[in-house]
Design a protein around this ligand. Structure first.
Ligand code: SPQ
Length: 426
């Protein structure tokens, strides 16, 4: 994909459905009695992997574009998978499904692509083992493939060392099959879609501070889920509209759950012009239209409890920081190293190729912004969020930028380049 510096972005866009909520609609729908209908479901490769995993366990899932119907079989209705379960590139699928598989009356093995096989799974193996699960890393390297022998589970109170929605959700899902309540306390609140949605499907879940507690053996019932637009996908258009002078873009129906909206807080702190319109708090998840106008940006510091609320947006925030006046510091974000790529190393490598002044640190980046960037050849290391972040950088950099393996965006946003084009850019 070759992208040039471009004039203003203008128009309206509805970004695709939220990835985290789409995954969960299939998972929780499968464990419910009756039908779950998800609208605006994300058809990215990760969510299709989740669908195919549940089909392997006997769940009928009908998909017609962004409409998905899950024929749930209840908490105890999954059947022994036909073979090794393949989660593709999706960390969410492996980790959440491990919690479900730990409590089944059958054995299973779950794995994924080469990137997934390098991502840390001890973070879910440790609490699941404490619950009595039998879960082993086949190559004894703490990564997938994971071999799980279904076992009786005990309720625990788990003090998680990381603020991770995947760890929290894995333990809470195993807790549905435990003999007593299960709690997870995190160092800071991570996205709470599992809690909101499990409650909506009928589970008894209490949240207090950074602790979530689930009671075992609920009767879950299929529901209608209107998946809001994914703020992590909206992030690229927010950034592009802020950076390219003269831009004005309206992003329709974006999820603004406070455990996910850190980017909005950060871009405002950087001087970005972002207005929320038509806010709705009616459903389980709050939504709004976002009106973005180009702005001159200045540096900020991003740290602490803010980090889990914008962890997936940090690559594109780093791009904004490279164009902003002053020195932006990103810290407490070591989790970036264990995503689809090492996002600290890969962002640093590619920002430097474009002429940015950036230093990687153990837990983030220091970006001395305001230097003009120039086009370059970008290697996203097959990481969708890196490819999309540099498509944004390309719009504001001098000359031409070439993004290698550009179709890796299909993981979370198959229509990304078409939507960018729709705003008059590619
Ligand atoms: O599913 P996967 O591959 O882990 O996807 C990513 C992403 O960038 O799309 C992370 F690489 O999002 C995670 C997110 O970082 C999705 C997620 C969820 O749906 O629960 C939670 C976050 O991960 P974590 O490790 O902080 O729990």
């Amino acid at each position: 994909m070759v992208i040039q510096k471009h004039g203003p972005l203008r128009g309206e866009l509805a970004v695709p459905g939220d990835k985290s909520i789409s995954h969960r609609s299939v998972m929780f729908g499968a464990l419910s009695e009756g039908i779950t209908e998800a609208e605006n479901f994300l058809t990215g490769a990760d969510c299709l992997s989740t669908i195919s995993c549940f089909r392997q366990m006997g769940i009928l899932v009908e998909q017609n574009g962004t409409s998905v119907v899950v024929h749930g079989k209840g908490l105890h209705g999954l059947t022994r998978p036909s073979g090794i379960i393949d989660a593709g590139n999706s960390g969410t699928t492996v980790r959440l499904l491990s919690g479900i598989l730990a409590g089944q009356p059958f054995d299973s093995t779950i794995t994924g692509d080469t990137s997934i096989q390098k991502r840390p799974m001890k973070r879910v193996m440790t609490p699941l083992s404490q619950m009595g699960a039998s879960i082993a890393s086949v190559h004894e390297n703490g990564c997938a493939p994971l071999q799980i022998k279904g076992s009786p589970l005990h309720g625990i109170h788990y003090l998680s060392p990381v603020a991770s929605a995947q760890v929290k959700s894995c333990v809470l899902l195993a807790g549905l099959y435990a003999d007593a309540p299960t709690s997870v306390t995190e160092p800071a609140i991570s996205r709470n879609h599992s809690e909101l949605m499990l409650r909506y499907f009928g589970a008894d879940i209490q949240c207090e501070g950074t602790t979530s507690t689930v009671l075992p053996d609920p009767r879950l019932t299929g529901q209608k889920v209107n998946v809001p637009g994914d703020i992590s996908s909206a992030a690229y258009f927010i950034a592009a509209a802020l950076l390219v002078p003269g831009s004005e873009v309206l992003l329709k129906n974006v999820g603004i759950n406070p455990t996910r909206d850190g980017m909005l807080r950060v871009v405002r702190a950087m001087g970005g012009d972002v207005t929320l319109i038509n806010e709705s708090t009616g459903g389980a998840e709050p939504c709004a239209d976002l009106l973005i106008r180009s702005s001159s940006l200045h540096a900020t510091t991003i740290e602490g409890e803010l980090i889990p609320t914008l962890i997936d947006e940090l690559p594109v925030i780093a791009v904004l920081a490279a164009f902003a006046e002053g020195t932006t510091v990103i810290k407490d974000a070591a989790e970036l190293k264990v995503k689809e790529s090492d996002r600290i190393a890969v962002m640093t490598e590619n920002l430097k190729r474009m002429g940015a002044d950036v230093e990687p640190t153990d837990d983030g980046m220091i970006i001395h912004g305001g230097r003009p960037l120039h086009g370059a050849t970008i290697n996203p290391h097959l990481d969708h969020r890196i490819a999309m972040s540099f498509a944004v950088a390309a719009l504001a950099a001098d000359g031409e930028t070439k993004i290698q393996d550009a179709d890796c965006v299909k993981i979370s946003y198959p229509g990304f380049y078409t939507d960018l084009e729709g705003l008059g850019t590619v």
